[in-house]
Design a protein around this ligand. Structure first.
Ligand SMILES: Nc1ncnc2c1ncn2[C@@H]1O[C@H](COP(=O)(O)OP(=O)(O)OP(=O)(O)O)[C@@H](O)[C@H]1O
Length: 282
């Protein structure tokens, strides 16, 4: 049996692996002209887990994310989301699925001409037909949910700190109360304390809302502290997937140097084995 990550019980790991698959990518091949970026790649994501997705720069993490979201053409393979094969989904099914997804793009990607409140309302306007007052109330609730002060509502992105932009972008990703959120390098550009707080927020949302989280990240702290499972992209497929404990035993040179290299060693394994939280480890 797989060893539990430090600070979690084996039960939690078993629960994760027994859980319902919400996203399944099977035998995915994506090429741009002659360049094959993904070759027969397969990956499952389980309900309620935080999956960390890592890989070298240029290995195809964004391409996979874009393919899952239907923004890239694939040459072959199947993507099933909540038991619906995306290639066979009717327009109405696709719309219902889109409403169950939230996306936090790298660098936040908020609309600069809109306030935080208006940014959060963009998905609401796109998919729902709600009275203005109700949308205002819902957006204010999301602002509170992600730990932003109420005064952030009427600010423009240029008036926010990097950490506040990430939180506002997360609030927008949560606008429609999705079942799964895709986070593209959510802690990049944040200082270690801001990054730890963001990770804790993501873990809290998973715990309270039962959210499933697919997180593309280069942040070792996030991988060690909040990810239940890690998948590594290499050689155009998922090279290895499993708990952080498993990653620490993998002998593939890239995986070894990533998880057991100089920078990884700064995250002291002795501290991890005490089951301490993200904030304490950074
Ligand atoms: N639309 C496109 N047309 C042609 N090539 C593309 C396109 N999108 C991505 N690629 C190529 O696919 C490869 C994988 O890119 P991708 O952006 O997915 O890498 P990544 O793993 O997300 O990297 P990083 O960690 O640096 O963000 C790169 O060689 C990139 O140039």
């Amino acid at each position: 049996m797989e060893q539990a990550p430090q600070g979690r019980t084996n039960e939690a790991v078993n629960a994760a692996t027994d859980r319902e698959i919400v996203l399944s990518a099977r035998d995915i091949t994506v090429a741009f002209g002659e360049q094959v970026v993904l070759d027969d790649l397969s990956l499952d994501v389980y309900r309620g887990e935080i999956l960390g997705f890592v890989g070298a720069s240029g290995s195809g993490k964004s391409v996979l994310l874009r393919t899952i979201l239907g923004l890239n053409r694939k040459q072959s393979g199947t993507i099933t989301l909540f038991d619906v094969d995306l290639d066979r989904a009717s327009e109405a099914e696709r719309l219902r699925l889109d409403m169950r997804l939230g996306m936090l793009f790298q660098h936040g990607a908020l609309f600069s001409a809109l306030t935080v409140l208006e940014n959060i309302q963009v998905p609401m306007r796109e998919y729902l037909d709600l009275p203005k007052e109700l949308m205002n109330e819902l957006a204010r609730l999301k602002i509170e949910l992600v730990g932003l002060p109420a005064t952030a509502a009427n600010k423009f992105p240029s008036q926010l700190s990097g950490g506040m932009i990430k939180r506002a972008a997360l609030a927008r990703a949560l606008a429609l109360d999705p079942d799964i959120v895709f986070l593209d390098e959510p802690t990049s550009g944040l200082d270690p304390i801001g990054a730890a707080e963001f990770d804790e927020l993501v873990a809290k949302l998973r715990d309270t809302m039962g959210l499933t989280v697919y997180m593309v990240t280069h942040d070792l702290d996030s991988l060690f502290s909040v990810c239940d499972r890690v998948a590594v992209l290499g050689n155009r497929k998922v090279l290895v997937e499993g708990t952080i404990s498993k990653m620490l035993t993998v002998e593939d040179p890239w995986v070894k140097s990533y998880f057991r290299g100089k920078r990884a060693r700064q995250i002291d394994p002795a501290t991890r084995s005490n089951g301490q939280t993200a904030g304490m480890m950074r």
